[in-house]
Design a protein around this ligand. Structure first.
Ligand SMILES: *[C@@H]1O[C@H](CO)[C@@H](O)[C@H](O)[C@H]1NC(C)=O
Ligand SMILES: *[C@@H]1O[C@H](CO)[C@@H](O)[C@H](O)[C@H]1NC(C)=O
Length: 292
């Protein structure tokens, strides 16, 4: 009897996780601000949003790449859609404000703020060198502080539209990984800040959702080249990376459905997160094995 009930609960839970009630029309005419949009998952998100008829302001540092992404958005998007870009360096906090002002100028407001940029880092041992410490402070500016600044400037606009903040994080923000400890710390910080902010918004009945995206290994050019550069290309044989376009769609759906968290790829990212509390020693053994 109890076993049956338990199995029923497990099946119902899994069915709920996979229930695809995403209505693609929900994005039509929505105003999206997307950071880190020049390559990888961000670039794919731009194409998905455009093909679902959303308007877009994308940002990154490299103008030539942004222009290319915008041109492709125009070919997959609506003839009268708004597809614009602004170059911005997320280590400079005044550019975060500039991005939000540009969104008002171009689109008149914001429905989705998609925080996705990261500082490119190389995997490496933490030796405590002054290089490491400088990198840490720069990493926190870009991967954490800029997220908080962008969300802060956008919040009044999102309140007005009943909008959403989508925070793209990583499995490294739920379970620490070796050789990226500073990066991992910035991702844990995002969970801490935005989970707290989500509760504050709910307590004051503010209709802005926050979706934290826990993303596992995705085969972006950047992720693959960094692993190879660090001679850990073997990880790609042990853990098959997911496709950037699938990760992008999972993030967009999670945000549109106003979920509090999404895990992608679901089973591996969720299993690692849950195992962290249930069997930490076993999980760390596995990590040491794949990084050995
Ligand atoms: C930071 O951004 C602002 C606004 O775009 C710009 O005026 C300023 O020169 C930038 N500062 C640095 C150090 O790049
Ligand atoms: C820390 O600094 C050392 C020496 O400069 C360097 O070899 C190592 O790659 C750095 N670690 C990270 C994570 O950047």
């Amino acid at each position: 009897m109890w076993i049956k009930l338990f199995l029923f609960a497990v099946v119902a839970f899994i069915a709920y996780q996979f229930s695809d009630i995403f209505d693609p029309d929900i994005l039509e005419g929505k105003r999206v601000v997307l950071t880190g949009a020049s390559t990888g998952i961000g670039e794919q998100m731009a194409y998905h949003y455009a093909s679902h008829k959303a308007n877009l302001l994308i940002t990154a540092r490299r103008e030539n790449l942004l222009k290319k992404v915008i041109n492709h958005c125009k070919t997959v998007g609506e003839p009268n859609g708004i597809y614009s870009y602004i170059t911005a360096d997320m280590s400079n906090m005044s550019s975060t404000e500039m991005v939000i002002k540009e969104a008002v100028a171009k689109m008149g407001g914001i429905d989705y703020l998609v925080l996705n940029h990261i500082k490119e880092i190389s995997l490496g041992e933490w030796s405590g060198s002054s290089d490491n410490l400088t990198m840490l402070s720069n990493l926190f500016d870009i991967n954490f502080k800029a997220y908080v600044h962008l969300a802060s400037y956008a919040l009044p606009l999102l309140e007005k539209s009943g909008g959403s903040i989508i925070v793209v994080s990583s499995i490294a923000g739920k379970f620490a990984q070796p050789y990226v400890s500073a990066y991992s710390a910035t991702k844990f910080a995002l969970d801490g800040f935005f989970s707290g902010l989500r509760l504050e918004l709910e307590l004051k009945k503010c209709d802005v959702s926050i979706t934290l995206c826990v993303i596992g290994l995705v085969g972006t050019d950047n992720a693959v080249s960094k692993l190879k550069e660090f001679e850990r290309g073997n990880i790609l044989d042990i853990v098959k990376p997911a496709l950037p376009e699938d990760a992008a769609m999972a993030i967009i759906k999670g945000g549109a459905l106003r979920k509090r968290e999404i895990y992608f790829p679901y089973f591996s990212a969720k299993a690692i997160t849950v195992s962290r509390d249930l069997f930490p020693n076993l999980l760390e053994k596995f990590m040491k094995y794949i990084y050995h």
